[in-house]
Design a protein around this ligand. Structure first.
Ligand code: ADP
Length: 463
């Protein structure tokens, strides 16, 4: 029998999403189930998740969980995956997942995600997860406390895999929160949940884990260096033989140019130009620009320093006069302001979050720009390939593993984006252009390979 796998995660597409983490939680459990693993979810009861949960049954309860009032643990099904949902309205019945409408972190995030950890441990205990072949799979800081609750609970030997989707977000809180977490005193130690004088949720998830992983092989190496280790490189280095890099897949049903409902007409390897032409015409009309025959560049990204969008804005001079640059993004106020201030007829910027427009820009462009300074895996470069759009990416993290210069895209180092633009234009005029676009479209980015790799890690942990 293949082991049972309990995924503890704070986002799940399509119901609750701020980034790639949600895409993983929305796709990996189903891919594992197809391989025969009994994969299940433990997720917070945000309004959209509660609404989507089918056949909910109360399987646990706490009258005043972490001072947040009543909390029920519901069991049901999300999509085609069995799920446990923490129905704690005071903690999770809010519009945002982590921040309020002004972009400020919720003040009680430490307790909100302690509640998620509590729920995971409750499921482990109630369903005797630790007694059969099973693995607790934690994702990012929001699920980290589950590891402590399990290690100090009745089934402390439950195997734990903790996956880092982004090391920059660590869930570090003031030690004042300790009193409320209900953990024994000895947990507050460097050999436990203590982290630089406070409490570290990601550190907790990693410290108590039997194995750790991150979402690309290159990122797994980068985070073991002091420069990119965000303070956790020592811990990661000390157990580097238990740290794996498993590339994310993509949802090939949602991202399929043949059937994409966001496009005016579907296209495949043999109709790339017609398909791109149709969506360009639509975008040209929507944004009142001319649908020239020049090169189209796209950007779909959160606007943060790590995503390197400032490098694009600094390199506009290197674009030819007949180019178009379509940018979709939202994020830091200062970066949004810089984008708004761009005064260049070639640039169309849309500040906001818009799934359909993301699909359209990725489909319409010849090139998708991914100039990240740090990128654990990155998904948009994979979406681009599937749409016959050549990624131009900085060779870091998962981008270095997937954008192979001259083969699957154009890779550049440091600030060499202007040079990458020149190489891109030469490529577009060359005889290789058609063949390269066709070949990147045909690559397999489905979840099956990644799910098989996770399966090997589970098999090993649940021995
Ligand atoms: P991260 O998780 O760091 O944001 P990824 O590349 O792993 O980066 O995932 C980003 C996801 O969010 C992709 O699915 C991308 O299409 C989507 N996305 C980012 N910004 C926007 C936006 N403004 N509108 C629509 N989708 C967006």
């Amino acid at each position: 029998m293949k082991p049972r796998v309990l995924h503890v995660v704070s986002e799940v597409a399509p119901w609750a999403k701020t980034g790639g983490l949600a895409d993983v939680a929305g796709a990996l459990p189903s891919a594992l189930r197809e391989l025969g693993y009994d994969a299940r979810l433990v997720v917070p009861g945000y309004p959209a998740v509660l609404e989507a949960l089918q056949d909910p049954q109360v399987v646990g309860s706490d009258p005043n969980l972490f001072e947040g009032g009543r909390a029920d643990l519901l069991a049901g099904t999300l999509g085609d995956v069995p799920a446990f949902v923490v129905d704690a309205p005071n903690h999770f019945k809010r519009a945002g997942l982590y921040v309020d409408e002004h972009g400020h972190e919720f003040e009680d995030n430490a307790l909100r995600f302690a509640a998620l950890g509590w729920a995971a441990a409750a499921v482990v205990n109630a369903f005797r997860i630790g007694e059969q072949r099973s693995v607790l799979h934690l994702h990012d800081w929001q699920s980290g406390l589950a590891a402590a609750y399990v290690r100090y609970g009745p089934r402390p030997n439950t195997p734990i895999l903790t996956t880092i989707h982004n090391l920059a977000y660590q869930g570090r809180f003031d030690s004042a929160v300790l009193e409320q977490l209900g953990l024994p005193r000895q947990a507050n130690s460097v050999y436990g949940i203590e982290y630089y004088g406070g409490v570290g949720y990601l550190k907790t998830g990693l410290y108590y884990a039997d194995a750790m992983s991150t979402v690309s092989p290159t990122y797994a190496l980068e985070i073991q260096t002091p420069e990119q280790g965000h303070g956790l490189d020592g811990l990661l280095r000390s157990r580097s033989n238990r740290l794996f890099g498993v590339l994310n897949g993509i949802d090939t049903n949602v991202w399929d140019p043949r059937t994409d409902p966001a496009l005016p007409s579907g296209y495949d390897e043999s109709t790339i130009d017609a398909g791109k032409g149709a969506v360009r015409a639509e975008l040209a009309e929507r944004f009142s620009i001319s649908a020239t025959t020049g090169p189209w560049f796209g950007v779909v990204s959160r606007l943060t320093w790590a995503k390197g969008i400032d490098v694009v804005l600094d390199s506009l001079d290197a674009l030819p006069p007949d180019a178009k640059l379509l940018l979709l993004g939202t994020g830091d106020a200062a970066l949004e302001e810089r984008v708004r201030a761009v005064n260049d007829a070639r640039v169309v910027a849309h500040l906001g979050y818009d799934e359909a427009l993301a699909h359209q820009i990725i489909a319409a462009s010849d090139f998708l720009l991914v100039p990240s300074r740090e990128e654990p895996c990155g998904l948009t470069q994979l979406y681009a390939m599937r749409y016959g759009t050549v990624p131009i990416a900085r060779a870091v993290g998962g981008l270095a593993d997937t954008v192979i210069d001259g083969e699957t895209g154009i890779a550049f180092a440091g600030h060499a984006l202007p040079d990458a633009f020149r190489r891109a234009l030469a490529l577009r005029d060359s005889a290789r252009w058609s063949a390269m676009r066709r070949s990147i479209m045909a690559r397999d980015h489905s979840w099956t390979k990644s799910a098989q790799r996770y399966g090997e890690i589970y098999d090993d942990l649940a021995r």
